[in-house]
Design a protein around this ligand. Sequence first.
Ligand code: OAD
Length: 247
Amino acid sequence: MTNEIPQELLWELAGSSKVVALTGAGVSAEVGIPTFRGPDGLWEGVKPEEVATPEAFKNNSQFVWNWYRERRLRMREVNFGVSHKALAELETIIPEFILLTQNIDGLHAKAGSKNVIELHGNIWFDRCSKCGVRVEASMEQKIPRCKNCGGLMRPDVVWFNEPLPEEALNEAFEASASCQFFLSIGTSALVQPAASLPLIAKNNGAFLLEINPNETPLTYYANWSFRRKSAEILPAIVENLRKILKV
Ligand code: OAD
């Protein structure tokens, strides 16, 4: 953890009643879930682009199902990290705090965050590929059929070449456009439409803070950018904010 959080940034955050954070794979990398585009950006030896697609599911449903089952088995063993915890704490300190995540692992909720918008779905649910009904994830080896219509069930996550859930996306746009402070944490900010959310916030007058060990296309626009891991910065922000707000 660091104590090098600039006062100017802390006061800006302390004075913001509506704050939005966007998280990406970097936050969960800290607890051992591989990122998409890092050096070990492969999941179980397979490129996500080759298996996390509607085409792959159409052509080889069982392979895709097995691959997600394997991911579920691994993710089940993983607990949230200090970054997830710090974000859950921020929610309790800031009057209106909305967490937008591109992660599908459900770790923000596990850490105690309540106001979470999951832009890319949640691996702990299944959805019928035909009628869309959503149920808790099955760990069966054989792909289950929908109890309503008999369609094949699939993980309730957004695949490459698929649109984001409309309601979640609208809420995310709305929150970003109306917040005073926006944190972009652990995302390469390359995948649309999530990548446009920080810029929408900035264009509407929000202070934009980025936390990422690597530069991203967002860095240029950020009011402040930490070239650090989120676990080194977020707990320090929470601790210092508590001091300022005396909470
Ligand atoms: P990426 O894998 O593209 O980027 C992860 C980012 O996390 C990189 O910029 C890293 O530098 C950064 N990072 C790594 N360790 C970090 C740490 N400890 N603290 C902070 N940052 C760290 O993952 P995303 O940006 O989440 O979508 O990818 C966005 C979307 O691309 C995913 O949700 C996925 C994929 O297409 C779908 O599957 C629909």
